[in-house]
Design a protein around this ligand. Structure first.
Ligand code: MOS
Length: 729
């Protein structure tokens, strides 16, 4: 099915199942510990051997010699795999990191060997018997030192140009009556998901099946095929449940590659879980950015110049952090410039982490907006409303598919009690606590991609939906069930969703917050086809038939839906395609975040006291799972504001705090009551389901709202995240 914009009325609009706060079908499995994650598929490979990955002990240089003999002779060891016996390994498309790349070492904890043994303990013990001599080279580990050498990035992922210019920024900024020119830094951050990367791989001839933890099946088969040098058709990936990913499981990591390599070599299934302490330097992370923002405004508060330059670093060939994306679309302003620059660094690869680009970009822009509002003597909410734009400021021909940004701002201000805020800093005290309020705007791209699904209706009236969409704890299963149930007029309990298997019809998977809108559009397409098949079989006119209450009805004729499958299951498969939709519309989600913090006057301790997010993301498919996405994002944003930082050892070139003890993320005691309000909106321009994603929007804008509240409380402006107490004293 090809989507025609705008979508007319359709069965989803009934909202009898879609839009209802259904519990996740797997909630009970998750909370009782009986949901099966990749490493726990004991029955599929009862004779599995265990792999243990050894990471490089230097950041940059060469392996001059490697001696595996003692490890090979250790109890239980089946194989010791290094670059000498692994065979050639390629590089995937989305990540540039290499594995078993010796003699080269590109980054600390880059995989240099895998030990395979009968037990995990034997593999781990034997790995310590491998003797490696390294020849260390000087490395580049400090982004701040590499700024001058950073050219304009050759290309930016996710569709954006690396440099943009509109009007005459330099002239307009020089002439501006009021100016802000500040530099902000966001440190390297880790995904730090609960479930470590893990895989069980098993070969059957030249075909490999992997139970793994991966967000995007299509990227996974593509990249594993490229790395192993085998056709992607020979690869089957299965990810029934994923214990969090945040982009860190977007595609293939070392556990998957090396489990497949090891299983091929020892001719037995092999399972590998990345041990937590190597995850931070072995896999990808959100790279540090240094961002200069220049804003110029007239005294009446209109932005006249908007400039954003951003630097990040990466391994050679790696991608840049696209922080300027949001700056290009969020506010009006006739004269604009953005540029992203990319330095080469010898740290682990920087790549996608939840809201790549927008999350760190807004951490800078939305402090700068607060600084400008203060200079203008304007309320920060009113300042943003004054500079709203209804056309894409860099591309006037392309309308927003919908843009209720002002409504988010006004709704939030009203619900949060923003009028109580004092514009002067340091004015409100509660015992030993200085109290402040802050806010920030939010924008996050809402891509939607071609998605396919297959359905089967059986004679009992059960409907089974299969797609390769994944569920990383977000509720994908449940919204797929709801969409199919609504389309076919069934209760949600009559629909079984099967996801997370690359042998099912292809979707873009869970990434870029495009999973929910894409897969539900695919389910819409295939259910439309099934409706036509059912109508034909039961002798109804497709256009007139109503599917409701497990029946097909037209006029005063009724038939049981299940009766259409009386002579055998009805099976349909279809794909929803969107053509050049993304060229015709700027498709974005919008939000506004409000925060109240307390800062201890003696210690500088910062506590978030309450937060409100107002989000506009088209139709909300399930208010319960959507709210969970948003409050999860808010929690992550509070972490980004106040805690999260991978600290680089600039002599040796690695992230020092590489486990969950040293890398701080919020715990329950750090998080107060969070309120998430979802605007009542539909977006008929983008799909018949009229929904957008919300998972990444929930994070963007949160951290600067906290930062601005800390400033309002204390009068101390911190421009280097995280805002830890010593920066206030
Ligand atoms: Mo996301 S960083 O596209 O999972």
């Amino acid at each position: 099915m090809k989507f025609d914009t705008p979508a007319g009325p359709n069965p989803i609009d009934r909202m009898t199942v879609v839009g209802q706060p259904h519990n996740r079908f797997e909630a009970e499995l998750k909370t009782t510990g009986t949901a099966t994650y990749a490493y726990e598929y004991y029955n599929v490979a009862p004779n599995a051997a265990y792999g243990y990955i050894l990471g490089a002990a230097i950041a940059k240089g060469r392996i001059s010699s490697i001696d595996t003999r003692r490890a090979e002779a250790a109890p239980g060891v089946l194989a010791v795999i290094t670059h000498r016996n692994a065979g050639p390994l390629g590089v995937g498309k989305f990540y540039v990191q290499r594995m078993l790349a010796a003699p080269d070492v590109d980054h600390y904890h880059q995989p240099v060997a895998v030990v395979v043994a009968e037990t995990f303990e034997q593999a781990r013990a034997a790995s310590s018997l491998i003797r490696i001599d390294y020849a260390r080279s000087p490395g580049r580990f400090d982004l701040a030192e590499q700024l001058d050498s950073a050219p304009v990035a050759p290309q930016m992922e996710f569709g954006g140009p690396t440099e943009t210019q509109v009007g005459d920024f330099d002239q307009a900024f020089a002439a501006a009556e009021v100016k802000v020119d500040e530099t902000y830094t966001v440190p390297d951050q880790a995904h730090a998901m609960m479930e470590p990367h893990a895989t069980i791989a098993t070969w059957d001839g030249d075909r490999v099946t992997c139970w793994t933890s991966i967000q995007q099946m299509n990227w996974g088969t593509r990249d594993l095929g490229l790395i192993l040098g085998i056709p992607r058709e020979n690869i089957r990936l299965i990810s029934t449940f994923i214990g969090g990913g945040f982009g860190g499981k977007g595609t293939v990591q070392s556990d998957l590659v090396l489990a497949a390599v090891a299983a091929r070599m020892v001719r037995r299934p092999v399972k590998i879980a990345l041990q937590r302490p190597i995850m931070f330097n072995n896999t990808i992370h959100r790279p540090k950015t240094i961002q200069r923002i220049r804003l110029g405004a007239s005294r009446d508060g209109k932005l006249t110049a908007v400039g954003h330059e951003s630097w990040s670093g990466n391994l050679a060939g790696g991608r840049t952090e696209p922080t300027t994306l949001s700056t290009r679309s969020l506010y009006a302003g006739a004269n604009r410039m953005t540029a992203v620059r990319l330095a080469t660094l010898d740290l682990a690869e920087g790549n996608a982490m939840r809201a790549p680009g927008e999350a760190p970009g807004l951490m800078a822009l939305e402090i700068a907006m607060d600084e400008m509002a203060e200079k203008l003597g304007m309320d920060p909410v009113e300042f943003r409303i004054l500079n709203d734009t209804q056309v894409d400021p860099e591309n006037a021909d392309r309308p927003f598919s919908s843009r209720p940004f002002v409504e988010c701002l006004r709704t939030g201000a009203e619900r949060f009690g923003w009028s109580m805020r004092k514009s002067q800093t340091g004015q409100v005290r509660d015992g030993d606590w200085l109290i402040g309020m802050g806010m920030a705007g939010a924008i996050r791209g809402a891509p939607i991609s071609k998605a396919a699904a297959r359905v089967r209706l059986d004679r009992q009236g059960m409907l089974t939906v299969e797609t390769d969409m994944t569920d990383l704890g977000t509720g994908s299963y449940t919204i797929v069930q709801q969409t199919a149930a609504e389309m076919m007029g069934l209760p949600v309990e009559r629909v079984v969703a099967k996801l997370g298997d690359s042998s099912f019809p292809e979707t873009p998977g869970s990434g870029g917050q495009q999973g929910a809108p894409s897969v539900t559009a695919g389910v819409y397409a295939v259910c439309s086809k099934l409706r036509a098949m059912v109508a034909q079989r039961l002798g109804f006119n497709t256009a007139e038939a109503e599917f409701i209450g497990g029946e097909v009805r037209s006029g005063n004729r009724r038939a049981l839906l299940a009766s259409a499958a009386a002579d055998g299951d009805l099976v349909a498969e279809d794909v929803m395609e969107f053509g050049d939709l993304a060229k015709r519309f700027a498709i974005q989600t919008f939000g506004a975040h409000f925060s109240e913090v307390g800062v201890d006057v003696y210690t500088g301790e910062i506590r978030v006291r309450r937060m409100l997010a107002v989000c506009a993301a088209g139709r909300i498919l399930n208010p319960k799972t959507a709210r969970s996405q948003v409050i999860g994002g808010m929690t992550m944003g509070i972490g980004a504001a106040l805690m999260e930082e991978m600290v680089v050892d600039k002599r040796s070139g690695f992230f020092v705090n590489h486990d969950l003890a040293g890398y701080e993320v919020p715990v329950h005691a750090d998080i107060p009551h969070l309120e998430a309000a979802l605007l009542d909106e539909v977006d008929p321009a983008i799909s018949p389901v009229k929904a957008k994603g919300v998972g990444e929007l929930g994070l963007t804008g949160v951290a600067p709202a906290v930062a601005n509240a800390v400033y309002n409380a204390t009068g101390v402006r911190v421009r280097q995240y995280p805002i830890t107490l010593e920066k206030l004293l």
